[in-house]
Design a protein around this ligand. Structure first.
Ligand SMILES: [Zn+2]
Length: 118
């Protein structure tokens, strides 16, 4: 069966959600396949998703900053109080969500970064 955990080089199912999450994206070094020893990364889909997600998360932080009241005593007082915790939450999501997505979605592809020949 051709699952997302198959190695793009040898086709063997040599990855699991954990190792796939650690493989990074197209611009990273990737993770070595246990079967054939060649490097694999999460493919284009994962890379695009992560880029879009980062932009959205960043946009949320900016929007929150621009819209949150700078004093107590307004309708959005809660936002004044919770702005920093919400920012921290968004940053945490930005760290966690792409890894979860890498773990459970999108196919892998061969690492593009050229490794020195041994
Ligand atoms: Zn392989």
């Amino acid at each position: 069966m051709n699952s997302i955990y198959n190695c793009p080089h040898c086709g063997k199912k040599s990855f699991n959600p954990l190792t796939k999450a650690m493989a990074g994206q197209l611009n990273s070094k990737g993770k070595v396949c246990m079967e054939c020893g060649r490097r694999c990364v999460n493919g284009k889909g994962a890379t695009i998703f992560n880029a879009v997600f980062s932009v959205i998360a960043f946009a949320c932080i900016i929007i929150l900053y621009l819209n949150s009241p700078k004093t107590y005593g307004t309708e959005y007082e809660w936002l004044y109080i919770y702005e920093i915790p919400i920012d921290i939450g968004i940053i945490a999501l930005k760290l966690i969500v792409p890894r979860l997505v890498n773990a459970f979605f999108f196919k892998m592809s061969p690492a593009i970064r050229i490794e020195p020949v041994k």
